[in-house]
Design a protein around this ligand. Structure first.
Ligand code: SF4
Length: 434
């Protein structure tokens, strides 16, 4: 019987991309707005309600993105600003108070209400922070009411989660000075959260808390003994707000693929003084199982060229996974924002020759894509169909946020997401030829 492969992290490519020159693009953008985050946040926070203060467009976006029928009593809705509101002819605050009061009377199970700003509410400068304070007082603190922005003005869709979690940071209880804890930040599917809980438990790390928690009434504590482990790379503002409350950020790659998951767990293990032997004993078997599951997909992906158009802010960790564990060749890795503080470990693992771009100038990026014609392009929904029509295989980046992709058990599923469009294209080519 073969002994499991060692779980130590391979050395990064010399220098990595930390000192690489980044192409900075500024121009037309093609991204979803932060309201999209409500889709996964409302599934996680099971006693919270998201009230978007916006237009009919916002209502359509969130309704169709979540795919929930209205009779299912979803935990989100839109307070629609009418033309009179937008023209400044009506008192929006009075109308908002009426909508909130009716909602809370009808849905007594709501423990936390998020007032979510949108482009229209920002344009008319509706002060939702003030509204949240006023409404909290008028409900005698029975319901926590907080606000954040999901507007699409100068933001990208994953920033909605960052804004939402940052809005919760002042609400978190304090962790007593003498205590230590690990705080995992970023929405994880419950099944993935359970897998990580088991691994941390076997490693002897604890107590472990998650932000967001499953119930908004069970907010995790934070203080000088808190070590932060980010599960998503797009939560820089939340991380900085937690650091301001005394927490320490653990530098780690993100838990995508075997290598990323090992590096992520190892950062936590080191900070809790867990020895290498213990670490190997806990991670060797799940890591070996994940490598075996990944091998089949690697056969399909190895040698294929891939480009990322800027969209989800997951681009750099995913490119690292596809390059180092699946043998793909990133042609260009575009990301809407490059937050170096959150990506130091990822950049040092990415091959130093990788072309990185930050921001969007759609026309220029499409020109490069058309001339380079990668085997696979990861992009937003709006670009996928036109690119497919031009003969380019595409992958929707938003699918990578909706699907559980973190951890050992999901490493092969993550690789498979990139295999599917390549396999489909190959089948179509075969049918066309035969
Ligand atoms: S917040 Fe802005 S970008 Fe998003 S749906 Fe509403 S109007 Fe459109």
């Amino acid at each position: 019987m073969n002994s499991p492969a060692p779980t130590s992290i391979p050395k990064p490519a010399a220098g990595g991309c930390n000192d690489s020159v980044i192409v900075r693009e500024r121009g037309q953008r093609e991204v979803f707005c932060g309201l999209t985050g409500i889709v996964w946040l409302h599934r996680k926070l099971q006693d919270a309600f998201f009230l978007v203060v916006g237009s009919r467009t916002c209502a359509h976006l969130i309704q169709s993105a979540a795919g929930v029928m209205i009779f299912a009593e979803p935990r989100f809705a839109t307070a629609i600003l009418q033309e009179r509101d937008l023209a400044g002819m009506a008192d929006c605050n009075e109308e908002l108070d009426r909508v909130v009061n009716e909602l809370l009377a009808r849905r007594p199970e709501i423990s936390t209400l998020f007032l979510v700003g949108s482009c229209p509410s920002e344009v008319i400068k509706l002060d939702l922070a003030n509204a949240a304070q006023r409404l909290t007082l008028s409900h005698n603190g029975r319901v926590r009411i907080v606000n954040y922005s999901g507007s699409g003005i100068e933001t990208t869709f994953t920033q909605g989660e960052d804004n939402c979690l940052k809005a919760l940071v002042p609400e978190l209880p304090g962790l007593p000075e003498s205590q230590q804890s690990l705080l995992v930040v970023g929405t994880l599917a419950d099944v993935v959260e359970d897998q990580f809980v088991r691994l941390f438990d076997e490693l002897g790390i604890g107590p472990v808390h998650f932000l967001p928690p499953r119930r908004a009434t069970e907010l995790p504590p934070v203080g000088p003994g808190t070590r932060l482990l980010l599960a998503q790379p797009f939560l820089g503002e939340t991380a900085r707000a937690l650091i301001a409350r005394g927490a320490t950020l653990l530098e780690a790659p993100y838990p995508f693929g075997v290598e990323g998951t090992l590096g992520w767990l190892q950062a936590a293990a080191r900070s809790f003084d867990i020895g290498n032997e213990q670490f190997e004993a806990v991670t060797a078997i799940p890591a070996a199982r994940a490598r075996r599951a990944l091998a089949h997909h690697r056969d399909i992906l190895a040698g294929k060229r891939i480009s990322f158009l800027p969209d989800s802010q997951l681009e750099i960790p995913l490119a690292r996974f596809l390059q180092r564990e699946c043998g793909m060749q990133p042609v260009e890795v575009g990301t809407p924002y490059l937050d170096r503080q959150m990506l130091t470990s990822e950049l040092s693992l990415l091959d130093s020759g990788t072309r990185l771009s930050e921001g969007q100038h759609l026309e220029r990026q499409l020109d490069r894509l058309r001339s380079e014609r990668p085997d696979l392009t990861v992009c937003g929904l709006g670009l996928a169909n036109p690119l497919e029509a031009e003969g380019l295989a595409t992958k929707w980046s938003i699918e990578l946020v909706f699907t559980p992709i973190h951890g050992f058990e999901q490493a092969a599923d993550l690789a498979e997401l990139f295999c599917r469009p390549l396999v489909r294209r190959e089948r179509l080519r075969f049918q066309t030829c035969s």
